[in-house]
Write a protein that binds this ligand. Structure first.
Ligand code: 5GP
Ligand code: MN
Length: 322
């Protein structure tokens, strides 16, 4: 139970007392990051707080599949985040996940770190980290209820989006009876679940299909290590007209390879490095592989940055062979 977290009362007190609260989720946000951010912002506004919500990318652009979320128009650019005494970091396993907002967050009197990633380095002055929680959205729901916020359809839509995406539509091991009860409570608030599913999981642009084709064409299987990988280059994105923020789902198709337990997707960055997304079906902790290379994440879904595909593949194979 999150309420039993040692810093919970301190977090509640800080949120109750602050008139102005800055909120940020991790860079390149996913459904849980965005859903948690917007739900907390909406809920705090309902009890009279002024909130400013963003994340540390420049520019801040909402990925197309999440533009349906209530109140996305209230998000501000990172550079427009005003100074505040209280800063809340959401779904960030480490302080550097705040990107360009990290310095500002660390300078605040109170930095509340709300997260569920194993290995969270407790970078806040108040740390509400529960690795048993299905999602950061689950923690935010607990906080809002304790603050006396009446959940409404908009808040529930944001929270449900966080839970449904981080549990892979209730398929992963982080989904348990409690998670489904929580989802049921949200659905009872008239959350448009089929519309969310359509927007988030079934609304790929045709050009995304072409990108997926390229990526699958060059996928490589290392059968001895039950490892499959592929990569996406900036040239692929330019040719197909797909944005980097729409490439998150490529790994989901690759990971469904029956002959592999571990999947990696390498994404070329503007600085020439590659972001690596790692997924495991269970026997291997990709979280520890990512952490040993300066990244982080969960045991079965993690990420880090490397210089090129060949070295990245070697790093992963070495870990799988040891
Ligand atoms: P994804 O592959 O979807 O980008 O990330 C998978 C998981 O690993 C997510 O929970 C994400 O927050 C986490 N993650 C990805 N990259 C990093 C990183 O560089 N550092 C840390 N701490 N976590 C990461
Ligand atoms: Mn999450």
């Amino acid at each position: 139970m999150s309420h039993a977290l040692p810093d919970w009362p301190e977090g509640m007190r800080a949120l109750r007392e602050a008139p102005v609260i800055a909120l940020a989720c991790h860079v390149n946000p996913d459904g849980d990051a965005l859903g948690s951010l917007l739900a907390l912002s909406l809920g705090l506004r309902k009890i009279g707080k002024t909130t400013h919500a963003s994340w540390g990318c420049d520019p801040v652009t909402v990925p197309p599949s999440y533009r349906f979320l209530p109140c996305v128009e209230s998000l501000v650019q990172a550079r427009d985040m005003p100074e505040s005494e209280v800063f809340v970091a959401l779904d960030c396993g480490a302080g550097d996940r705040l990107g360009v907002l990290e310095d500002q967050a660390r300078k605040c009197k109170t930095l509340i770190n709300i997260d569920h990633h194993p290995g969270n380095d407790c970078f806040g002055t108040v740390n509400l980290v529960d690795t048993e929680a299905s999602s950061t959205a689950e923690l935010v729901m607990g906080l809002l209820l304790d603050l006396g916020v009446q959940l409404d359809r908009d808040i529930a839509t944001c929270l449900y989006t966080g839970v449904v995406t981080d549990t892979g539509r209730f398929q992963y091991g982080n989904s348990n009876p409690g998670t489904l009860r929580l989802a049921a409570e949200l659905l009872a608030l008239d959350v448009p679940a089929p519309a969310i599913a359509l927007e988030v999981f079934e609304s790929n642009q045709f050009s995304y299909m072409k990108l997926l084709g390229r990526v699958l064409e060059r996928a490589t299987l290392v059968p001895e290590e039950r490892f499959v990988y592929s990569w996406v280059s900036l040239e692929d994105l330019a040719t197909t007209g797909i944005g980097m923020d729409e490439t998150d789902k490529l790994i989901d198709t690759l990971r469904s390879t029956r002959d592999a337990d571990v999947a990696a997707m390498f994404k070329e960055q503007a600085d020439g490095n590659y972001r690596v997304s790692l997924r495991s079906k269970g026997p291997v902790s990709v979280g520890s592989i990512a952490r040993s290379h300066g990244g982080g994440g969960h045991e079965l879904a993690a990420g880090y940055t490397t210089t090129d595909v060949a070295s990245g593949v070697e790093q992963i194979l070495e870990a799988l062979r040891s």
